[in-house]
Design a protein around this ligand. Structure first.
Ligand code: SF4
Length: 282
């Protein structure tokens, strides 16, 4: 998908957390850009509107452009502190496609290296993270660095309809393997859980990581009456492809139980919601 890239100065780059990620134990979030050029059909961020720091054009044209914070290094020099537990990012993938051209993350990682926080967690699905592997290895010596890598299904046909601009499953598995082999503390995050074979998906995640497995079902209003939720596009896609049961809370529970059984039989745990994401902060 073609996308536009903009840059603009921002007042802030680190925000004190609230809600889900605060409950998981993060003190701050670090968001390098507004709007995400992966443009996933289910992304909850555009449903947050102004509460996600967005402008109307962002949620109307989600994924079609992104605006990087051009003064990110200067802001970080002022805002980083040694006690912070940072999640990068709840509002954009730091290794979104546009990052390849702008190279914001190497400059951000340089600032984090100069003033290491207590914990630094990168949430991504982008194989581009391997470009910065040397910096990540260096950073892992001065802070609790974790990479939480998103893996949403074991089925390539499903990936193509729900997240067509993301990398293939094979590429993501290989990226996790290389992160782990380089000594980076890597978690597989099965979120949101898309139509899949739960045992196969859990097996893939267990094979390329050494940690407990984190997951989360597609958010639905039936169990989450307020706040961010699944984008309407994914609901339409689910109906069109006859997989709306994956939005049913009872069905979602049965899938989580199957993943849990697979993880338990491998001697590991499966955690959902803030309890699962809390493993990233401990
Ligand atoms: S990668 Fe994450 S932030 Fe970006 S569109 Fe997909 S779900 Fe949203």
């Amino acid at each position: 998908m073609p996308f536009q890239i903009f840059e603009a100065e921002s007042k802030s780059i680190l925000s004190k957390t609230t809600g889900f990620i605060a409950q998981a134990g993060f003190s701050h979030s670090l968001t390098p850009a507004r709007n995400c050029t992966f443009g996933c059909t289910y992304c909850y961020v555009p449903t947050m509107g102004i509460y996600g720091g967005l402008k109307p054009e962002d949620w109307r044209r989600w994924g079609q452009f992104t605006t990087f914070k051009s003064n990110a290094p200067e802001l970080l020099r002022r805002q980083l502190g040694p006690d912070q537990v940072i999640y990068c990012s709840p509002l954009v993938d730091p290794y979104q496609p546009a990052e390849e051209q702008i190279e914001a993350m190497p400059r951000i990682l340089d600032e984090v290296l100069a003033r290491p926080p207590k914990t630094f967690v990168i949430q991504t699905r982008g194989p581009l993270i391997l470009r910065d592997l040397a910096k990540l290895v260096e950073l892992s010596r001065s802070t609790h660095l974790r990479v939480s890598f998103s893996l949403t299904t074991n089925r390539e046909d499903v990936r193509k309809i729900f997240e067509p601009h993301c990398s293939t499953i094979a590429c993501r598995i290989e990226t996790m393997r290389r992160l782990r082999d380089a000594g980076i503390d890597t978690f597989a995050t099965l979120a949101p859980l898309l139509p899949c074979n739960p045992e196969k998906l859990a097996g893939m995640a267990l094979e390329v990581t050494e940690r407990n497995i984190i997951g989360d079902a597609l958010h639905v209003r039936a169990v989450k009456p307020r706040g961010a939720t699944t984008r309407e596009t994914a609901i339409t896609v689910s109906e069109r492809h006859g997989v709306s049961d994956w939005l049913d809370p009872a069905f979602q529970k049965s899938i989580a139980a199957r993943i849990d059984r697979t993880c338990t039989s491998a001697g590991r745990q499966f955690g959902t919601g803030p309890e699962g994401f809390r493993w990233l902060t401990q």
